[in-house]
Design a protein around this ligand. Structure first.
Ligand code: RB5
Length: 146
């Protein structure tokens, strides 16, 4: 599995914690920043990262901003992306099993690093259940392809 990791200025600290988790799990990843603590614009990170998942260069992305909301709205504009904004362990698991989400978004100003790291671990290690969920996810792709 290859993961692309990004944040805006509001998510830098949490992004570093998530990078540690990926290293611990020996998951290959590329961290595309941001490096600067001054204000940047979350779509400038969310969209390129999401495009690289949609293109098949990466399997998944983890995107972090202050709330996770800007990252999730932006990433979901990219065709083929199913970005899930997650702040608890239950939805971290179920969004992989049911939605086959390929982007995880979290907000550094919403949850603490301990929970965020557990969410990242759960999300990267849970498989899509397919079955009846396949049909539902396909309907999203059908709509995108119209
Ligand atoms: C940046 O101040 C903040 O708006 C951003 O990190 C994010 O929360 C947007 O959704």
């Amino acid at each position: 599995m290859k993961v692309i990791l990004a944040s805006d200025h509001g998510g830098i600290n949490l992004r570093k914690e998530v990078a540690d988790v990926l290293e611990e799990l020996q998951i290959k990843f590329e961290d595309i920043g941001c490096e600067c603590e001054s204000s940047v614009d979350y779509p400038d990170y969310a969209i390129p990262a999401a495009e690289r998942v949609a293109d098949g260069e990466f399997d998944k992305a983890i995107l972090i901003c202050g709330t996770g909301i800007g990252m999730s709205i932006s990433a979901n504009k990219v065709k083929g992306i199913r970005a899930a904004l997650v702040h608890d362990l239950f939805t971290a698991k179920v969004t992989r099993e049911h939605n086959d989400s390929n982007v995880l978004c979290m907000g550094e100003r919403v949850i603490g690093p301990g929970l965020a790291k557990e969410i990242a671990k759960t999300w990267v290690s849970t498989d899509f259940e397919a079955g009846r969920h396949e049909r539902r996810v396909s309907k999203i792709a059908e709509y995108e392809n119209k």
